[in-house]
Design a protein around this ligand. Sequence first.
Ligand code: NAI
Ligand code: NM2
Length: 489
Amino acid sequence: SEYSPQRSPPRHNPRGGANPDRKIASVTQPTQLCDMFPCGKEEVDQAIQSAHTAYLKWSKMAGMERARVMLEAARIIRERRDNIAKLEVINNGKSITEARVDIDVSWQTLEYYAGIAGTLAGEHIQLPGGSFAYTRREALGVCVGIGAWNYPFQIACWKSAPALACGNAMVFKPSPFTAVTAVILAEIYKEAGVPDGLFNVVQGGAETGTLLCNHPGVAKVSFTGSVPTGKKIMEMSAKTVKQVTLELGGKSPLIIFKDCELENAVRGALMANFLTQGEVCCNGTRVYVQREIMPVFLEEVVKRTKAIRIGDPLLENTRMGALITRQHLDKVLGFVSQAKKEGAMVLCGGEAFTPIEPKLKGGYYMSPCVLDNCTDDMTCVKEEIFGPVMSVMPFDTEEEVLKRANNTTFGLASGVFTRDISRAHRVAENLQAGTCFINNYNISPVEVPFGGYKQSGFGRENGQVTIEYYSQLKTVVVEMGDVDDYFNC
Ligand SMILES: NC(=O)C1=CN([C@@H]2O[C@H](COP(=O)(O)OP(=O)(O)OC[C@H]3O[C@@H](n4cnc5c(N)ncnc54)[C@H](O)[C@@H]3O)[C@@H](O)[C@H]2O)C=CC1
Ligand SMILES: C[N+](C)(C)CCCC(=O)O
């Protein structure tokens, strides 16, 4: 059901108000699941207060003890994977096969950071005269996670797993368009044995998010979403010097050289554009193809795009489900019309799609679109569309394409297809983006850091480095001799 802040008055409910009678296993129809209520100041204060109490306890536990609880949470997610995936499909509209991958990535994230929790350590530094210093890696306190609607459960895990591993508590606000599955995660953490309040969910939109970012009891905000909202989060966080991680939008380039393995490049272009109905921040939506192979590339890519099965996302053979809202569908279709006006040619798709099943009528489906005749100055090439729309452009030389690929304020990801190993690494070095995929696209195992350059954000998620973004270093200096009599000698 769509979020409507007017529909229900705010009520006291810091955990987000999921209906306690709900049973995940019985959810098979895309109907209303439960009521959620936006949290106001009182609920936000309570959530942060109880998270702080839990943090005091959790941060004193040994890393190995925290790891055991997190491994138990990972085990429960794995055990309930199919049910959570089904709920995520209803939450978001993506296909069930993709949702299962999201849930697998989620429990893997908990396992990975559980493994790191026991390894957190400082260093020992020798000083003259037997004196020494040591460093301690300490938690930050209460961290806030603010999520987007495209990977609701996975984002909650990408943020909470490293936060909890380091000894922090987290108050998480999911997008109001996908409010449900973060509450499931809270229930699972509780069942696994985290202290009460360690992972709290507050529901609501911009207003609730603002309360969280302005709250003096919060040490850090980790945000996934659009660039304009990211800028606001940073501004609000500056007032009390909160640490910030921003995972923002993108308009990533995918560069396909004529010496590529064409079959893989075509599959890669589809991976780069059509997962989760194209609603993916790191999508490679500017596809640069070397002129000599353009006709054959287009023929193949269009053939396969047309063959993508759109429809009921709960069916096993569906590969593209519904977009998030009517308003967002209209926005994406608007980008296609604008592209046509600016001279792009629609090779396939780009239209609202009505599946034949009566129960899917009124769903927010569209056919995936490939745009030809695109130039770098077109709106569809410059702006993040966040829908299944691929813009294809020819290029001639490596030097030229690098310049064009980097001519953007975004810098989340990039990709290159070539058989020339030197070229692949040279291009990766020269692309201004947080990730460069060579001969594949959109694979993000938890071991690998993920995050942006330029206005796509800063800080990283996943990988060992993320520990640094959820902890702080204390230096302890130990004198073994006498204090200098500097002032009275
Ligand atoms: N790059 C990415 O990962 C994403 C990009 N987008 C882009 O942004 C567009 C708008 O989608 P939205 O869901 O409205 O994105 P958004 O960036 O406004 O929202 C993301 C999250 O931030 C919260 N939020 C919104 N305003 C806030 C504020 N002032 N203070 C604190 N929290 C706030 C939202 O409730 C949500 O939880 C999409 O059409 C898409 O183009 C949306 C989601 C993810
Ligand atoms: C999982 N992956 C790599 C396809 C996308 C994750 C980033 C996002 O939140 O959009």
